[in-house]
Design a protein around this ligand. Structure first.
Ligand code: PEP
Length: 256
């Protein structure tokens, strides 16, 4: 399985800034076959960046899309419109769950719509600080996983990526804390167990599990060696080109 390093740019960069960043990233990036480098720019930048990107070196992800392919949905962009522009899409990010009020039903439809349109969903799941404090982490993880994957068939599961992102560890969360490797490993085991229960061992083992939450070049090595972790979803640090390149190089070193 490849190691995934995914940069989530969130609501940052103009189209021009995104294009300059991509230019520099492509220049800095060797063609690492075993590292899948992905960046997720704003939707408006996907089309120009899709013409600029070298897909042998890296891929593009959308940060969001709507689950219907067309119709009277003012302001939305569909997965069918993103076909050919993005290879991946981030679905269920905590900022969409908690700020934009997306629930598991909506996320489930988005996962299905992404797969229908040949875009691989990166399904984000994770508990809040208070859910963890109340001992609800396992229930939340299981519910978000089962809910998000409800429409995913056995045949499609190998196109899905799971990102464990504890909300309390995401850098934009007030007083964010660093997750420890042990805390992550425990949740990864739960994700693996749940996937195996639903899809069987062989199918479940094909699903990459990423970690996200205040990842930077100082902690990436430790997070990448957590058992069961196949990559990182990087927010804030992915906006700094040198940091992002360092994280990719750390991933390469950890792999070899
Ligand atoms: C994210 O929002 O997906 C994320 C991981 O952000 P950060 O790395 O900034 O915590």
């Amino acid at each position: 399985m490849k190691t995934y390093i995914v940069g989530n740019w969130k609501l940052n960069f103009t189209v021009g800034e995104a294009s300059i960043y991509l230019h520099k990233l492509l220049k800095a990036l060797p063609n690492y076959r075993d590292i899948e480098v992905v960046v997720a720019p704003s939707a408006i930048a996907l089309q120009p960046l899709s013409l600029q990107v070298d897909r042998h070196k890296m891929k593009l992800a959308a940060q969001n899309a709507f689950y219907r392919d067309y119709g009277a949905f003012t302001g939305e962009t569909s997965f069918s419109q993103l076909r050919g522009l993005a290879d991946y899409v981030i679905v269920g990010h905590s900022e969409r769950r908690y700020i934009l009020k997306e629930d598991d039903k909506m996320i489930q439809k988005k996962v299905a719509a992404a797969l229908r349109n040949k875009i691989s969903p990166i399904l984000c799941i994770g508990e809040t600080e208070s859910e963890r404090a109340f001992g609800e982490t396992a229930d939340i993880i299981r519910d978000q996983l089962v809910g998000g994957l409800a429409e995913v068939s056995d045949d499609d599961l190998d196109k899905v990526i799971i990102a464990y992102e504890p909300v309390w560890a995401i850098s934009s969360t007030k007083a964010a804390k660093m997750a420890s490797p042990d805390e992550i490993a425990e949740v990864v085991r739960l994700i693996q167990k749940t996937l195996k229960e639903i899809y069987g061992v062989k199918t479940a083992e094909k699903v990459p599990i990423l970690f996200g939450g205040s990842v930077n070049s100082s902690n990436a090595g430790a997070y990448l060696t957590v058992p069961g972790i196949n990559g990182l979803l990087v927010g804030g640090a992915s906006l700094i080109l040198n940091e992002f390149v360092d994280i990719i190089e750390i991933a390469k070193r950890v792999r070899s």
